[in-house]
Ligand binder design. Structure first.
Ligand SMILES: [Zn+2]
Ligand SMILES: [Zn+2]
Length: 111
């Protein structure tokens, strides 16, 4: 099992005659220096780079759609919040005034 992780005993996935120089963190296969590409601080094989770029492009459109949905939900939630706050603000003063108008004269006239 230790040999599996030892890069010097590994050969390039595409070039069996060449010693492996790097291991792709995505597919966990070994490659020679020519078969790997530096990509944003990581070293990837060409296959995985292709896959990653395609996935990211797809993810961008998906997250863009998700952003639209989130904005829509946010507007609904905000509307509900203001609607609820409006209801509470409308309901509060009426009960407040009721208590003041009707309770105080009764208490004040008691003694
Ligand atoms: Zn790979
Ligand atoms: Zn190679």
């Amino acid at each position: 099992m230790a040999d599996m992780n030892d890069i010097h005993s590994q050969r390039c996935f595409h070039h069996p005659q060449r010693e492996a120089a790097a291991r792709c963190p995505e597919c966990r296969r070994f490659y020679c220096r020519e078969c790997v590409v530096d990509h944003e601080t990581r070293i990837l094989c060409a296959d995985c780079l292709d896959r990653l770029v395609t996935a990211r492009a797809a993810g961008r459109t998906r997250s863009g759609r998700g952003l639209m949905l989130r904005a829509f939900v946010g507007v609904i939630l905000l509307w509900l919040l203001f609607y609820g706050m409006g209801r509470i603000l409308l309901a509060l003063p009426s009960s407040f005034h009721e208590g003041q108008v009707w309770r105080y004269p009764a208490e004040w006239s008691e003694p």
